[in-house]
Design a protein around this ligand. Structure first.
Ligand code: 5RP
Length: 230
C-alpha cells in the first residue's frame, strides 16, 4: 500500500517543480520533499520542457541529488540573483514563518532561500501549526567549542536544549560546515522575529532554524477523499 505522506510530498514537489521556468537560477532545498522537486526539475530538463536552468544547492545532500538528476550547479560567487528557491520546512505558521533545520541544513538554506526573488515552501499538511514550536524542536547550529555555554543560554531563554545525536547515538550530528546542532524545545514561540535575533546573538551560534519574512508561497500537500491534493 502506498504511504499517503510520501505521496503528498511527491505531488507537492512535482507541483513546485512545474513552476520553474527556462533561463532561471533555482535554489535547491534539502529534505525529502525538496528532493522530489529536484528530481522533477531534472525530469523536465531531460524532457526538454525547460532549458538553461541552473541550481544553487542548499546542502551536500541537494548537491549530490542535483548531480544525479543532471541539473547544472553554480555557486553564489558566480551569480547575482536567484529567481526561485524550492525548499521544505518542519513547521509553518499562519504568517508564513517557518521552523527549518530538521536535516541540519538551515544555515545554507537561509542564505539561499533569502536570496530568492520567490521562495516556495513545499510541505505536507502535518507541518501547519498555529504557533511555531508546537510540534518541532528548534534547531540551532553552534560551533563545537561553544556548545556548553550556548546550551546554558538557551535554557535561560526558557528552552530545553539537547545536542542532536546521529544514528544509533554513536556521535553528534555534524553539519556541512563542521558544526553541531542543538535542538531546543520551546512551549510555543511567541515572537518568532525576536527569538530568531535573540538566539543568533548568542556568541558561538551560527544560525537558528526560525525563518521570518522569507517564504512567499506555501504549497501544501493534503489528502482529500483519500487522494493527494495541493
Ligand atoms: C532541512 C530542512 C528540511 O527542509 C525540513 O526538515 C523538511 O524536510 P522533509 O521535507 O523531509 O520533511 O529544513 O534542514
Amino acid at each position: 500500500m502506498s504511504d499517503p505522506v510520501k505521496t503528498m510530498k511527491q505531488e507537492v514537489g512535482r507541483a513546485a517543480a512545474a513552476r520553474v521556468k527556462s533561463d532561471s537560477i533555482v535554489g535547491l532545498g534539502s529534505g525529502s520533499t525538496a528532493a522530489y522537486a529536484i528530481e522533477y526539475i531534472g525530469d523536465r530538463l531531460a524532457k526538454g520542457e525547460i532549458k538553461n536552468v541552473v541550481g544553487v544547492p542548499t546542502s551536500f545532500q541537494s548537491e549530490v541529488l542535483a548531480k544525479q538528476f543532471n541539473i547544472p550547479l553554480v555557486t553564489l560567487d558566480a551569480i547575482d540573483h536567484i529567481d526561485v528557491a524550492i525548499d521544505g520546512a518542519d513547521e509553518v505558521d499562519p504568517d508564513k514563518n517557518l521552523i527549518k533545520g530538521g536535516g541540519a541544513a538551515h544555515t545554507r538554506e537561509k542564505v539561499v532561500d533569502s536570496l530568492a526573488k520567490e521562495f516556495i515552501v513545499v510541505v505536507d499538511e502535518g507541518k501547519l501549526v498555529d504557533k511555531l514550536g508546537s510540534t518541532f524542536l528548534l534547531p540551532v547550529e553552534v560551533i563545537p567549542m561553544a556548545v556548553a555555554p550556548v546550551m546554558r543560554s538557551l535554557a535561560k531563554l526558557g528552552g530545553k536544549p539537547e545536542l542532536r545525536m546521529g544514528v544509533k547515538k554513536a556521535g553528534p550530528v555534524v553539519t556541512d560546515q563542521g558544526n553541531l546542532v542543538i535542538d531546543v524545545k520551546f512551549d510555543h514561540i511567541k515572537n518568532p522575529a525576536e527569538m530568531e535575533k535573540e538566539i543568533n546573538n548568542l556568541p558561538g551560534v551560527l544560525e537558528n532554524g526560525i525563518f521570518v519574512g522569507v517564504a512567499d508561497i506555501i504549497m501544501v500537500g493534503k489528502i482529500v477523499d483519500g487522494k493527494p491534493e495541493i
